[in-house]
Design a protein. Structure first.
Length: 600
């Protein structure tokens, strides 16, 4: 019953925030549907394509959710207990994360749907723009590395559904004494289902573009096909680790699994390269609709599972509420809680999505409330349900050592079990939902990286698109194919750095919006609305980044060390530039906005 109260209480608070705080944001930012958005005035049917609000909400939600609101809350819950994690998710999403996403989206549509970096160029300085572009690009590359590797890891290995133990390869799982083949969940089934799922948006796209199908009718047809893709996975699991071991029998299961993960890393990077240059209508929009529907289905099924579990007494909280400020085996709560849970509370990556792809598809201004602020609150709900998944396990459970995606999947399958769904089916559904989140993020990040290279070089057309894409693919490839200095999985090694740089990006985005509002409108409320949140995120993430830097000083050849140094220098220089712009005595810059048409 405690878990049900937590879920319901959070849902009520987030709903009230949307109903009360959302309209306040609309009034403060003076949104007006009579003002044409760039999707309408600059339509090119490649990147600038108007989209209906429900479809865009699905797409935006799917793109921002990714692995962050799942992995972060699980890691934080295990480290410090579920109480601090829940508090940061709720308060952070309402007052910092939601405002951050909404304001970045509005700032972008008021500046021709350009990225948040162009807002910096217009209202801070060209030097700050170059600093910010470099910072953003590095942050994007680290997001691709962290999310790519955790996805590839999900395609390799196996899990014993009876004990909850994870194995690096299928052969290792089958070789265990008293192993029951029917209770061994093969990760290759997730790979098969994922590949089948990726085909569906391409089939769906022509029907949507021609108007033969609308959003809901497309979901009604292709949603069941996505379910069939899930069901097909266990029948033909694509176990690359087993294939590699059959080709090279001298390799151990661990070695064959490591090679399989690298193979998937390369395959997914190649997919992202191709996907990032495709027209928006061909992949991004249909997959956003399908992925958003998938996520809403996951949210609904989890909610029903929690409710029925509370009634039947099956869902109990076994994780401590609070483990201390510096518990054994964990980093200090301050500042690491605030970078461990990024997506789900506040994430700088969201500003890149909002100002990179979403702003180019927003058909009317007032939809920024639903798409920008509302999607962030929905993501907070995803984070809370992920936290519920880890609440069920105790600190001495073997599941504690599993990867976060498997902890999440196990929790979801437990919720769905009260609805009568078999554990293996529930696990596959949860992992597919997780993959759906991540796919959107991976190729969107590659597309955004391509945009930045094109902006910096001035190259447009096919040459600019492919050059930006190749550069944005090769850099993550370097980090993914080399072993980490610590020997840990790549995603685990990069998660803290991703979190710190991501939250610094949020701080700098809030700072940019504050400068824009002050220099164009001289509104004092900007310092309270976006300024305070920016300061909080800057202090916590800068503090965490310094701590990470100190940890890696012992290995001067580690590229993570030098990337951390570069990020710190860029963030510090950007802060100086922003403060100089705020304190400048020159007249406010002219707003680069499309005026509202005069009344007829």
């Amino acid at each position: 019953m405690e878990m049900l109260l937590i879920v319901l209480g959070t849902a009520i608070l987030l709903s009230l925030a949307y109903r009360i705080y959302g309209p306040i944001l609309v009034r403060l930012f003076q949104l007006d549907n009579r003002r044409p958005t760039p999707a309408i005035s600059m339509r090119d049917d490649l990147d600038y394509v108007p989209c209906t609000t429900p479809s865009l909400l699905n797409q935006h939600f799917s793109a921002i959710a990714a692995a962050g609101p799942i992995v972060g809350p699980i890691l934080a819950g295990l480290a410090w207990g579920w109480g601090p994690a829940l508090l940061w998710i709720v308060l952070g999403s309402i007052f910092i994360g939601g405002v951050h996403d909404f304001s970045a989206l509005v700032a972008s549509i008021r500046h021709g749907a350009t990225s948040i970096t162009m807002v910096v160029r217009a209202h801070v300085s060209r030097r700050a723009y170059l600093l910010f572009q470099t910072f953003v690009y590095l942050a994007l590359m680290y997001i691709v590395v962290a999310f790519m590797d955790i996805t590839a890891t999900m395609f390799v290995g196996a899990m014993d559904l009876k004990s909850g133990k994870n194995y690096v390869s299928v052969s290792e799982a089958m070789a265990q004494e008293n192993a029951d083949p029917e209770m061994i969940f093969q990760a290759g089934s997730v790979a098969t289902s994922s590949l089948l799922y990726l085909v569906l948006p391409f089939i769906m796209a022509p029907f949507l573009r021609s108007g033969v199908l609308k959003t809901w009718s497309a979901l009604a047809i292709f949603g069941p096909l996505a379910i069939l893709a899930i069901l097909a996975g266990p029948w033909m699991p694509l176990n690359v680790d087993v294939l590699i071991q059959s080709w090279y029998p001298n390799l151990t299961p661990q070695e064959s699994a490591a090679v399989a993960v690298r193979c998937w890393d390369v395959f997914l990077l190649l997919y992202c390269a191709v996907a990032s240059v495709l027209p928006t209508w061909l992949l991004l929009q249909p997959r956003g609709i399908l992925g958003g529907g998938f996520m809403f289905a996951a949210l609904a099924s989890c909610g029903f599972g929690v409710i029925i579990g509370a009634i039947t007494g099956n869902n109990s909280i076994n994780l401590p509420m609070f483990r201390g400020l510096t518990p054994e085996g964990a980093k200090p709560l301050f500042p690491f809680l605030f970078i461990t849970i990024a997506c789900g509370a506040c994430s700088g990556f969201h500003s890149l999505i909002a100002s990179g792809t979403t702003s180019k598809q927003l058909s009317v201004e007032c939809s920024a409330r639903s798409v920008g602020y509302g999607a962030m609150l929905l993501e907070a709900m995803v984070a809370v349900l992920s936290l519920c998944c880890v609440m069920q396990i105790s600190l001495d459970s073997p599941l504690r050592n599993a990867t976060p995606n498997y902890i999440y999947a196990n929790g979801i399958s437990t919720f769905l079990a009260v609805l009568g769904l078999p554990p293996a089916a529930g696990l596959l559904f949860a992992l597919m939902a997780f993959n759906t989140f991540v796919y959107d993020t991976l190729d969107t990040c590659t597309r955004l990286g391509r945009f930045i290279i094109q902006e910096l070089t001035g190259l447009q057309g096919a040459v600019g698109r492919w050059l930006g894409t190749i550069i944005s693919t090769v850099i993550p490839m370097y980090f993914l194919i080399r072993p980490t200095a610590s020997g840990k999985p790549i995603w685990e090694e990069f998660w803290a750095l991703f979190g710190a740089s991501n939250q610094l990006l949020a701080a700098l985005s809030l700072l940019a919006v504050t400068v824009w509002l002050w220099r164009t409108r001289r509104v004092v409320w900007a310092f309270y609305l976006t300024g305070i949140g920016g300061v909080v995120m800057y202090v916590m993430s800068f503090w965490a980044l310094v701590s990470i830097l100190r940890k890696h000083l012992q290995n001067p050849t580690d590229p993570v060390l030098w990337i951390a140094v570069l990020l710190l220098v860029l963030a510090a220089a950007m802060l100086v530039e922003a403060i100089a712009a705020l304190l400048g005595r020159e007249e406010p810059a002219e707003p680069q906005e499309t005026p509202v048409p005069a009344e007829a």
